[in-house]
Ligand binder design. Sequence first.
Ligand code: ZN
Length: 243
Amino acid sequence: MYETIALNIRSADSIAVLTGAGVSTASGIPDFRSSEGLWSEDHSREYYMSSDYFYTNPEDFWKKYKAIFRMKLLKNYQPNSVHHFIRDLEQKDRSVSVITQNVDGLHSLAQSSNVLEYHGTLNRSTCPACGRSFLLDEIMRAPVPVCDDCGDILKPDVLLFGDLITGHEKAVEMIKQADVLLVMGTSLLVTPFNLLPYDAFQQEYTTSILINNEPTDKDHLFDYVIHEDLTEAVQKIQTYLNE
Ligand SMILES: [Zn+2]
């Protein structure tokens, strides 16, 4: 299985990688949605992490947002071997598009060159009035970050409940170009992200591969499925890629 996957990767001109929380586990980042993650501890978090709540009570929103996403710790997290594996798939004659559900920014930190942050990023916020972007240091400067120019309270670039997903069409385009679709560290439960692989299933030229630590209800749709710790799985595939 690992050797076959490696062969598919080696012969691919274009790879699309879909990633979820499992990719960041080895970096110490909690899965914000899983049964053991932060969302499930308190269902009201869906209410607080909504665009409605942001516009209703931005001061309290920011207090809760920074706590829920453990923003103070964000700078301590580093890419792990899975992020590096994905970056190293990029070669002179092979393009790699990463479409991630993760908001931690670690694919970019690992220097993957083509990253679509499908659910946004914790590393940026935007002024709703003038559209200016602010980075993490500026977001953390005050409990409630405001725009230097207009004084408006910033809105996170993380997708809030009630926000529109803006990257779906672009993600579909990335998948249409791919000879290999590699889905890693996600149970494909969150819609519409979990619909993205269907474009690949319909393309005869695309080989679909799923690597996740536990079964998903979409396993049967993939050409190859591995249930294993991601760190270990990529290490085995890498040995065949190096040959
Ligand atoms: Zn502004």
